[in-house]
Ligand binder design. Structure first.
Ligand SMILES: NC(=O)c1ccc[n+]([C@@H]2O[C@H](COP(=O)([O-])OP(=O)(O)OC[C@H]3O[C@@H](n4cnc5c(N)ncnc54)[C@H](O)[C@@H]3O)[C@@H](O)[C@H]2O)c1
Ligand SMILES: O=C(O)[C@H](O)COP(=O)(O)O
Length: 307
């Protein structure tokens, strides 16, 4: 069995070593395709792969068409919006993610971005502190829960909204559950976004919602750029000079944001929420174990597409 690790943004070497150990201990062969840049190289590499481990790499119908021997794709990470799930199902390919394995890394970065924003991007002027501020966690999943844990250490007043997580689960963590996204944005000084990119959430962070934030509101996005209605956020930030936006996922309109909102906008150059050795090891080795469990025992825990 051939297991391909196809990562345009490579894992830390220590994680690759751990993945190799799992795969070879199972008697399989590991093939590494890193920083491949062009899709043609991916199309060539998948031809004889029985299993693939990816990160944000795009697995679309063309890739699946080229992968004649493929049985399983594991997205080493949380969001699997980069995989065409319907095409995978129609090709008889199982798709999994590795939930929770990179969530602490992302939560820590959310606070890195938050502190940078409230300290005026470290420009030397007086900023503000996070202690005592109202933090809104938009989606209380694996990352959201880690954000809540860290926010307690900062002494923040913590609120959350999740469309599917029961109120009791949120409140047992000492976090105030609110009934809607509207209420969260209207209540909180800082909102940290942790919703997945789905048909329902794409473009949902729009003018009307963000405009509910109080004066000096800060929006932190370590989720996906697709959930932001960029044109409406630009319009709102033009009208409200008090708002700040910091993100780990560079907007399509990065140049417009950077030109118009100097000092109130920041994006990491490349998505780096999950870019720690620890998260790479956790997610990469989980992916390898899930592949071995699937190929040897048919274990489909963490499957995200229909059969
Ligand atoms: N920046 C990065 O490197 C990085 C790393 C990991 C995850 N992410 C992004 O963050 C997202 C969240 O990650 P996670 O590990 O917490 O995922 P998760 O699946 O554990 O949590 C997602 C949560 O979103 C909730 N949700 C879904 N739709 C919603 C909606 N319409 N309104 C409110 N809540 C909704 C779910 O109930 C769930 O609790 C991922 O989908 C991914 O897009 C980014
Ligand atoms: O959904 C995720 O897990 C993140 O977006 C991580 O993406 P990456 O593996 O490309 O860093």
């Amino acid at each position: 069995m051939k297991v391909l690790v196809a990562t345009d943004k490579p894992f830390a070497k220590v994680a690759v070593d751990g993945i190799r150990k799992e795969i070879e201990a199972a008697g399989y062969e590991l093939v590494l395709l890193e920083k491949y840049g062009e899709k043609a190289k991916l199309l060539e590499a998948v031809k004889d792969a029985n299993a693939i481990i990816i990160r944000s790499d795009i697995i679309d119908a063309e890739v699946l068409d080229a992968a004649n021997e493929l049985k399983i794709v594991v997205r080493a990470g949380a969001g699997y919006d980069n995989v065409d799930l319907e095409a995978a199902t129609s090709h008889g390919v199982c798709v999994m993610n590795t939930p929770g394995q990179n969530s602490n890394a992302v939560a820590e970065l959310a606070f890195g971005l938050m502190v940078m924003a409230v300290r005026n991007m470290y420009n030397g002027t007086s900023g503000t502190e996070l202690m005592g501020k109202k933090l809104g966690i938009h989606a209380y999943g694996n990352v959201g829960r880690n954000v809540a844990r860290i926010a307690k250490g900062f002494g923040m007043d913590i609120y959350a909204f999740d469309a599917f997580c029961p109120k009791e689960v949120i409140e047992k963590d000492g976090v105030k559950a609110v009934a809607s996204a509207d209420e969260l944005y209207a209540t909180c000084d800082v909102v940290s976004l942790h919703i997945p990119a789905t048909a329902e959430t794409k473009n949902s962070i729009n003018y009307a919602l963000v405009n509910k934030m109080p004066k000096n509101g800060l929006l932190v996005n370590t989720a996906r750029k697709e959930v932001i209605n960029e044109a409406e956020l630009i319009q709102l930030m033009e009208e409200r000079a008090d708002l700040k936006y910091v993100t780990d996922i560079m907007p399509a309109a990065n140049e417009a944001f950077a030109a118009k909102f100097a000092g109130r906008y920041f994006s990491t150059p490349k998505k780096m929420g999950a870019q720690t050795a620890e998260a790479n090891i956790n997610a990469g080795i989980a992916a390898a174990k899930q592949i071995v469990g699937f190929l040897k025992n048919g274990c489909e825990k963490f499957r995200v597409n229909k059969k």
